[in-house]
Write a protein that binds this ligand. Structure first.
Ligand code: FES
Ligand SMILES: [Fe+2]
Length: 347
């Protein structure tokens, strides 16, 4: 079950062009492209005729021509051409999904089209705001999106999984403060006078201990922003006024692909040394290594969950407070939606 009345990132703005991009989202096949004027379009990637994939056809002007029997569909899903036949049955119509472009990502609305309000798109302004230098990427994880949410809401694992980059002892040993604010979960961890983790040293040249922070925000269905940073111990923990601070926003837009796979659109946007391209490349490589470490964990975890016949549930301890809260919020929203409540969720 997925939350349908919600915006999901379906592609990066850069990858969507004048070609047909097929992608599964929430167990539904979509085909996306840009019209000649650049406007994005999303249709169901299942030809209304005999259910072949439209994404395996061709883009002709602003229309898609199915690669099986040559029927054409315009960007409102209407069939405009049936080979050898003048009369076009109105039921030959492809489903159209509301689509929008914002913060360098392409968003689709998977639920009731009349509820699709672009103001509900979550805030990811760090991808295109002045003063921020984003490094963006895309991965697919062979794990259910809620396992990826769990991973990002409990960063205790950094100490054990990401020792080469962002892990230090302080993360695992400092308790988190977890709060629920309506449909959002807010998690804060302040680590005073701790070792700078390896990537912080490389990125900012810290030579002393640091005061480190992580402020995580969860917005349904699976949007997680992490304000992460550090300053030399005892100096002001304020990026705006402390020139020695290191601060980046780790942005995680997770989109369910199928029950056991997730599209992971990520961005690490920094507000220091924004013009240093060499630094940007170093951070990109290290972050990808870090996320590949998460992928190994999550794919193994998914396989072991799927194969477990015991019926034993996942267990929850203190460090799971944030992910337990997020799952509870999502369960409530999915139940309400299934019960017919109108929706629209964002932070
Ligand atoms: S399946 Fe698409 S035209 Fe026949
Ligand atoms: Fe991780």
């Amino acid at each position: 079950m997925y939350l349908k009345n919600s915006w999901y990132v379906a592609a990066s703005a850069e990858e969507l062009g004048r070609g047909l991009l097929g992608r599964w989202i929430c167990d539904e096949p979509l085909v996306m492209y840009r019209k000649e004027d650049g406007t994005p379009v999303a249709l169901e990637d299942r030809c209304p005729h005999r259910k072949f994939a439209l994404s395996k056809g061709e883009l002709v002007g602003d229309e898609v021509q199915c690669g099986y029997h040559g029927m054409k569909f315009d960007c409102s899903g209407v069939c405009t051409f049936v080979p050898g036949q003048d009369n076009i049955p109105p039921r030959l119509k492809a489903r159209v999904y509301p689509i929008a472009e914002k913060h360098r990502w392409i968003w689709v609305w998977m639920g009731e089209p009349s509820e699709a309000d672009e103001d509900l798109i979550p805030d990811y302004h760090w991808n295109d705001a002045p003063g921020w230098a984003p490094i963006m990427g895309y991965l697919t994880f062979g794990a259910n999106y809620q396992l990826v949410v769990d991973n990002l809401l409990d960063l205790t694992h950094e100490t054990y999984v990401h020792q080469a980059t962002i892990g230090n002892q302080a993360v695992a040993h400092t308790p988190m403060d977890t709060r629920v604010d309506g449909e959002n979960v807010l998690i804060e961890r302040l680590m005073i006078d701790c070792d700078p983790p390896p990537l912080f040293k490389r990125a900012r040249g810290f030579t002393t201990n640091i005061d480190r922070w992580q402020r995580i925000r969860f917005n349904p269905p699976a949007h997680i922003t992490i304000d992460a940073g550090g300053v030399p111990t005892g100096t002001e923990m304020d990026t705006a006024t402390n020139p020695e601070s290191m601060n980046w926003m780790v942005l995680n837009a997770l989109t369910p692909e199928r029950a056991d796979s997730t599209h992971y659109f990520w961005s690490v946007s920094r507000c220091f040394s924004q013009d240093d391209e060499e630094l940007g490349e170093m951070i990109r490589k290290q972050i990808i290594n870090t996320f590949e470490e998460d992928r190994d964990i999550l794919e193994t975890q998914q396989e072991l969950i799927d194969s477990d016949q015991s019926g034993r549930p996942l267990l929850t301890v203190n460090c799971d407070a944030g992910n337990a809260a997020a799952r509870k919020i999502m369960d409530g929203l999915i139940k309400a939606e299934a019960g017919g409540a109108s929706a629209g969720h964002s932070g």
